[in-house]
Design a protein around this ligand. Structure first.
Ligand code: C5P
Length: 318
């Protein structure tokens, strides 16, 4: 079946993030990871969630999903990480949701080649779910409006709407209200190192560990959005993540990794999302590589990456 692989003409007209490559009964899609440049938590809400303001950027670390039409009317998911090969996987839930919403019975096999570290603060599960929504919309030529897609994405998780477009965006509310920012990335941050400490963290637990003194008023995210939209490099003190204090305190592995990154030459280090992944940025590839090699020798899992705008496969560097 894969030998028959074609890139459809329909694909060429797609404007959204994860361009799917389709043939009649097989469809491939990429799901990019993200980092949070800022993460302001404004306070707790009555519905149990937290009010957020965050600036997110997709990076070129991605999972690959192959969707195959099947005759048995089921949604089946097989993942390169066996512990994720189940019906609870957000990618499978996205396929179920589309079928329920449109009363479809077509079976689909999802093969998920996982590269993005799991429970890492890089949005891998959310990105997979958004990629499945977009792939099915295109592949099955579904009559889903942008607002239908947004509704479904928000029902799957707070970060999922961001991944419908990816790139650089300010996200507020639960995280589901997304405003795209100019696809411009500071030159001084051309190369990104993502260091994943050897632990996973539960988003819900990290939210629970927050104290009121960690809350901010959204100033950092607004300042960074304004700077980036104006083609300026944001101030380091605005690259603030409200979770950093508690994550460094509750997870010593993260505090050690942060110290090791700084010692190896990272100019600054920040937490992505609710962690435990840390990121650092570099103007020069050679510097980023040197720091990566040093940390890999110390046994760390480190990815050398860059900001990516999936629409155009690139961002302009300011
Ligand atoms: O929306 P999502 O399912 O990804 O959220 C996972 C958990 O993170 C929620 O159950 C909640 O505990 C916490 N969360 C929150 N406020 C947000 C987003 C997530 O408290 N804005």
């Amino acid at each position: 079946m894969l030998d028959k692989f074609l890139v459809s003409m329909h694909n060429a007209r797609m404007s959204h993030a994860q361009r799917a490559q389709t043939s009649n009964d097989v469809c491939f899609v990429r799901a990019y990871a993200k980092i949070n440049l800022t993460l302001d938590v404004l306070g707790r809400r009555a519905d149990g969630y937290h009010e957020l303001a965050t600036v997110m950027q997709t990076v070129d670390l991605y999972d690959t999903i192959c969707l195959t039409a099947t005759g048995d009317r089921r949604v089946e998911l097989v993942c390169t990480k066996p512990e994720l090969s189940n019906e609870d996987n957000l990618a499978a839930r996205a396929a179920h949701l589309v079928r329920e919403r449109l009363a479809l019975r077509q079976g689909v096999l999802l093969e998920l080649h996982k590269h993005i570290p799991v429970a890492a603060g890089l949005g891998g599960g959310s990105s997979d779910a958004a990629a499945v929504l977009l792939a099915l919309q295109q592949w099955w030529q579904l009559q889903l409006s942008p607002s239908d897609l947004l509704d479904m994405a928000a029902a799957l998780g707070s970060d999922v709407p961001f991944f419908l477009t990816g790139g650089l965006a300010l996200c507020v509310g639960r995280g589901e209200r997304v405003t795209a920012l100019a696809p411009c990335w500071p030159r001084s941050m051309r190369w990104l190192l993502l260091l994943k400490p050897a632990i996973g963290v539960s988003t819900a637990v990290v939210f629970r560990n927050l104290s009121a003194s960690d809350f901010t008023d959204g100033t950092h995210s607004r300042a960074v959005s304004t700077a980036l939209n104006a083609g300026q490099t944001p101030r380091l003190e605005d690259l603030h993540n409200c979770f950093e204090r508690s994550v460094l305190e509750y997870y010593p592995e993260v505090a050690h990794a942060r110290a090791d990154l700084l010692r190896a030459g990272a100019p600054f280090v920040r937490l992505s999302g609710t962690g435990p992944t840390l990121f650092a940025s570099f103007a020069e590839l050679a510097c980023a590589q040197r720091v990566q090699e040093q940390l890999q020798m110390q046994g760390y899992e480190v990815y050398l990456s860059r900001a990516i705008h999936p629409d155009v496969g690139n961002v302009c560097v300011c």
